[in-house]
Write a protein that binds this ligand. Structure first.
Ligand code: ADP
Ligand code: ASP
Ligand code: MG
Length: 472
């Protein structure tokens, strides 16, 4: 079975034109004899707006919350009406949208009365984005000759109850995918479902965390043993850095699972960090492709990538981090001391990205979060503590950094003008990272990119695209 999971992000379903392009891409795969399962995000920016509506309602601004909902209703209705004109489904589709917005409005009204936004209610509110977009996309596909069937993703993706960042329960997902999706595929249907949204074993709506539709795509790919997982987005693939920061960025043609996972974890937004896990487990290639430039071959992520003559494949940046310095007069390396420190982070469910120690101090970096004052208060029982926000971690990824002598000197030579706070090369041979002020991050990336991607290896990077730009 040549089953392929195709995940389309927010920009690929943002309006009538984008959904039209997406339908044509899926129709193209069907024409090639493939059996697609389609996963879509909410229309671009909808999740942000739903969160804004929830925040407004939770402080009693009922009118503000309902106004956001009403604008979203109009946008979805207009797009649906433009996309689905002829089929018998046109009226049912508009009714579906109205029903969903009616029930969203009810939740927002309730929230503006009780004034308490729990993670569970937040997940319920944001879930409307994917629930509605997937229904519209399925109807638009049908009208364009793709035999689509809408599937509520919450009936397939089962998670634990950690609202806002729920963890998938693989065995349940395998079973549900086999029960709900395989029969449709066997009938020649194209299942279309929302990404990001899921439910716990009791059927309560959960989500996989921001950007989680990629993860849904990978989970479905893993459950169905797909031959490929395609992540369709608004750039040509994984690039040598975020093209918004560095317009000179080149497409990486091929990259290993390990390298892609490292990039995703350290801030390359193009992939959700967990996307690679299900693919690695079943050794399924992941392709990152551009729905605005479908002819481009994108990036292929596989277990083994060919050797690259350039030291690095890509530079990622993770912003909104904080550094916590713990300084103790007591010897740090005393037995059990580090354990005490990490127990405190664990208690606050706070993941640590980077650690560096000296005889009397330990510095740790974490995502900036509301728990920092409480963490600092607990740590201050052990030692003197200070913390500072607005930091960024720059992460350079390549397949054999440690094997190349003088690499650190070259990296720090390229950013001599920037103050570096912490450095880590850790156990990983494929990652070199350092911490700087957030305001310096874009400049650091551009300087590093200019030095390390000046003479890129053409087997790995799309150098032709750069030549075309330079000669035009
Ligand atoms: P989608 O809505 O399709 O999931 P995202 O906005 O989540 O898309 O991810 C795509 C964006 O990721 C790009 O527009 C780009 O600005 C950003 N990005 C960050 N780092 C990279 C990188 N190394 N390569 C490609 N894109 C990147
Ligand atoms: N719509 C969700 C978000 O904006 C999930 C996704 O797009 O991947 O975070
Ligand atoms: Mg995304």
């Amino acid at each position: 079975m040549s089953l392929v999971v195709m995940k389309f992000g927010g920009t690929s379903v943002e309006d009538t034109a984008a959904i039209g392009r997406t339908a044509a891409i899926v129709a193209g795969r069907v024409a090639l004899g493939k059996q697609p399962v389609v996963v879509v995000s909410a229309m671009a920016k909808v999740t942000d707006q739903l969160l804004r509506a929830a925040a407004a309602a939770s402080v009693g601004d009922r009118t503000g919350a309902l106004a956001i909902s009403s604008r979203l209703r109009a946008r979805h209705r207009d797009t649906a009406a433009e996309l689905v004109k002829n089929s018998a489904d046109a009226v049912a589709l508009i009714n579906f949208i109205d029903q969903k917005f009616d029930s969203l409005d009810e939740v927002l009204r309730g929230l503006s009365a009780i004034l308490e936004l729990t993670p569970r209610i937040s997940d319920l509110i944001v879930s409307y984005g994917e629930r509605i977009s997937s229904r519209i996309v399925a109807a638009a596909f049908c009208e364009r000759g793709v035999a689509a069937t809408h599937v509520d993703a919450r009936e397939v993706i089962v998670t634990d109850s950690q609202f806002q960042k729920a963890a998938p329960l693989d065995e349940h997902i395998d079973k549900r995918a086999a029960e709900k999706l395989l029969p449709l595929i066997a009938q020649g249907k194209v299942p279309v479902m929302g990404g990001f949204i899921a439910s716990n074993e009791a059927g309560i709506t959960t989500t996989l965390g921001r950007g989680g539709s990629d993860f849904t795509g990978a989970l479905i790919g893993g459950a169905l043993n797909a031959e490929a997982i395609e992540i369709w987005t608004d750039v040509d693939g994984i690039m040598t850095s975020d093209p918004r920061v560095c317009p000179d960025a080149l497409r990486v043609k091929v990259i290993s699972f390990e390298e892609a996972a490292e990039l995703a974890y350290f801030g390359a937004k193009v992939l959700h960090p967990a996307t690679i896990l299900p693919a690695v487990k079943k050794n399924i290639p992941v392709l990152v492709l551009n729905s605005r430039n479908a002819a481009c071959e994108g990036t292929r992520i596989t277990s083994l990538a060919p050797r690259c003559k350039s030291p690095f494949k890509s530079i990622a940046v993770k912003k909104k981090l904080s550094i916590i310095d713990v300084v103790a007069s007591r010897m740090l390396m005393t037995h059990g001391y580090m354990k005490e420190i990490f127990t405190i982070f664990d208690k606050h469910h706070c993941a640590v990205d980077m650690v560096s120690t000296s005889e009397v101090s330990v510095s740790l970096t974490v995502d900036s979060n509301d728990n920092l004052p409480a963490i600092a208060a607990d740590l201050s029982q052990l030692a003197d503590v200070k913390y500072e926000g607005h930091k960024a971690l720059v992460c350079m990824v390549g397949d054999d950094i440690r094997g190349q002598s003088g690499m650190a000197a070259q990296v720090f030579g390229a950013i001599k003008h920037i103050n570096v706070r912490m450095i880590s090369q850790g156990a990983s041979e494929i990652n070199m990272s350092f911490m700087i002020d957030e305001d310096d991050a874009d400049e650091a990336v551009r300087s590093l990119h200019a030095v390390f991607f000046n003479d890129p290896d053409p087997t790995i990077f799309d150098v032709d695209a750069r030549k075309e730009v330079r000669s035009s």
